[in-house]
Design a protein around this ligand. Structure first.
Ligand code: AGP
Length: 621
């Protein structure tokens, strides 16, 4: 995802904007830019690459202005180059954007009909045109924005400025974070508090569908209909330890929130942006072998094995290669039958799990190529495997694995798409479509994290439950396993993940009013238009399972896509994730389940980062 910043005060904005962008660089760094209003004219300065190259361009420059915006980019639409870098300026409007405008192509077509000159490949520039058109009709910036917002679909945070209104910035958010920093005769807008904490610790966190008029001495917040809303000013008091945790109470929560950035970092090195196609460099020397692959074994432990189970669905669907998944502790002792033309994949966050290491050595002894999906560079598993695909999630301190898991799913997804493409089971267009969906993930994850408050409010209602079922089907069944493990390992509650279709073969005997069932019932994009699809069929099957449980007095918590009115009506509690594809639903479903385990554990007073009896890496058998 991208980092955005705005400044409205009394100082030359250049160093404030560049310094703020450097503090946001973790959010994306393939290009950067700033725009500053000077003598009623907005100047835009952009560069490809890290923020340092932008700073080098502006060395020695001073500006007679005090209003500006800045952006550091993680490319989604359009290659990472200067033309596509933000800020984007159209007419009197200049803006920076974090997010994805889903319906930008239809607006782009309409602009072409109006003979508008479009210079970049980005969705952000299209929105700048829409604002400019409204201003050309005589509206001011606030009126232009409120006229355009209802026509935008997708997730976004914008900071917008206009030559014609030199005293204000407007910030708006829906699905991507944006906050206001309150200074002395200066105010800030930023994606993250880290960008401005050295200038002020008083912030206002905008909510979805709100916008702010930011002047150097005043702040006005409105809802998307233009009605003023009240806001709360929070004061950030971070101790050094909290600074280390980025202000979060636990490392686990910080790492849950880092998943958007972690996934972006994971995808970054596995995409050919020019072609818009997945391209994993580490696979290049093995393409011929991969083309003739007969089977794949995936071996891992704990959470990593749940990722392996999702990988099985991905690889068998996209590449039509048979996949066997096993526990490290079982694989290493059962003298497995491995085809010489097969690969064994090992998944491990730490790369030091004894049983997974032993499994890799067992496969090696049998003459099979080994491919590790690992988070820790130069770990034993990374060094001993033939191929290593890194998850680039950054250090994971919490014992309960969160960002490592979702980035493992992303690597498995990209691996399956590339494998399917090189084996001819996916057309180039299908592979490009899957790649485009993957590029949306950081934004979809940011939007999914918005359910945190809802889940925190839900957690106390679950404290008295004796037992939790986690139920899912198809590619979401392994996420039911992962959700139950998260709850077990940090809150010590009894929880079990099950294929939803399996509970009638015995486990349903456990259901009564002391049991809570968490049911994963998303719909894949396009299901509405295709009622005979597998996604629609499985959704109906989940509904039947829901009724089986409900009729026996069990509490029902469902996770579904968007605002699913049926699930809302039939469940005790409903949590909606953003609509996405069959393949990406498991990744988004994981986020609410991590948050649910976290808040239940905190409510039980458990040591979330260091749960009893556990270790971050099980280096013994
Ligand atoms: C995950 O929440 C657990 N802490 C545990 O199951 C872990 O996934 C397992 O021990 C494997 O660790 P690894 O990924 O480092 O190999």
């Amino acid at each position: 995802m991208c980092g955005i910043i705005g400044y409205n005060g009394v100082c030359d904005p250049k160093d404030i904007l560049l310094d703020g962008l450097k503090r946001l660089e973790y959010r994306g760094y393939d290009s950067a830019g700033i725009a500053i209003l000077e003598k009623d004219q907005v100047g835009v300065y952009r560069s490809k690459g890290r923020i340092q190259s932008l700073e080098d361009k502006l060395i020695g420059r001073h500006f007679e202005g005090s209003l500006g915006i800045g952006h550091t980019r993680w490319a989604t639409h359009g290659a990472p180059n200067e033309i596509n870098a933000h800020p984007h300026r159209v007419g009197s409007v200049t803006l920076v954007h974090n997010g994805i405008i889903e319906n930008y192509l239809e607006h782009k077509e309409a602009l072409k009909q109006l003979k508008r000159k479009i210079t970049s490949d980005t969705d952000s520039e299209i929105v700048a045109h829409l604002f400019d058109i409204e201003i050309q009709k005589g509206k001011n910036l606030q009126q232009a924005i409120t006229a355009v917002i209802p026509r935008l679909k997708g997730s976004y945070a914008f900071v917008v400025m206009s030559d014609r209104e030199p005293d204000l910035l407007i910030g708006l958010r829906n699905g991507a974070p944006l906050l206001v920093g309150l200074g002395q005769n200066e105010n800030f807008l930023a994606s993250d508090v880290q960008a401005i904490l050295h200038r002020t610790n008083r912030v206002i966190y905008l909510k979805d569908n709100e916008y702010v008029i930011c002047k150097k001495g005043s702040i006005e917040v409105y809802d998307s209909l233009g009605a003023p809303v009240t806001f709360e000013v929070k004061t950030i008091h971070w101790t050094p330890d909290q600074m280390e945790k980025g202000g979060y109470r636990h490392f686990m929560l910080k790492e849950i929130y880092e998943q958007s950035q972690a996934v972006a970092n994971t995808i970054e090195s596995k995409i050919n942006h020019e072609k818009g196609l997945v391209s994993i460099p580490e696979l290049k020397p093995y393409l011929e072998q991969l083309k003739n692959l007969k089977s794949i074994s995936i071996v891992a432990c704990g959470t990593a094995r749940h990722a392996a189970l999702v990988g099985k669905y991905y690889i068998e669907k996209f590449a039509r290669v048979a996949v066997d998944v096993d526990f490290g502790s079982e694989f290493r002792y059962r003298d497995p039958i491995l085809d010489k033309d097969s690969f064994t994949l090992l998944i491990s966050q730490s790369g030091e799990t004894a049983d997974t290491l032993a499994a890799e050595r067992e496969a090696k002894v049998k003459g099979v190529k080994t491919l590790a999906i690992c988070n820790v560079r130069e770990s034993t598993l990374a060094r001993e495997s033939d191929i290593v695909l890194y998850t680039n999630a950054g250090p994971e301190i919490g014992v309960a694995s969160t960002k490592a898991f979702t980035t493992q799913l992303v690597v498995l997804f990209l691996f399956a798409v590339e494998l399917g493409y090189i084996r001819g089971h996916l057309s180039e267009q299908q592979a490009k479509d899957h790649t485009a969906e993957a590029l949306k993930l950081p934004f979809l994850i940011e939007s999914t994290l918005a359910v945190d408050n809802q889940i925190e409010a839900l957690a106390p209602h679950l404290q008295k439950k004796d037992f939790f079922f986690y139920l899912g089907r198809d590619v979401n069944y392994p996420i039911a396993l992962e959700g139950s493990l998260k709850l077990k390992e940090i809150s010590y509650a009894h929880a079990e993940g099950y294929p939803a279709g399996e509970i009638k073969h015995g486990p349903i005997a456990l259901i009564d009013k002391k049991v809570a069932s968490v049911m994963l019932s998303p719909l894949a994009n396009g299901t509405e238009a295709n009622p005979d699809s597998m996604s629609a069929l499985l959704y109906e099957k989940m509904m039947s399972n829901l009724q089986e449980i409900k009729s026996r007095g069990g509490m029902i918590i469902t996770l579904g896509s968007g605002e699913d009115q049926i699930l809302k009506k039939e469940s005790d509690y409903y949590i909606g994730i953003p609509k996405t594809t069959w393949a990406l639903n498991p990744i988004l479903l994981t986020i609410p389940l991590q948050l649910l385990a976290y808040h239940v554990a905190v409510g039980r007073g458990a040591d979330v980062d260091k749960p009893r009896n556990l270790a971050k890496s099980v280096t013994v058998e």
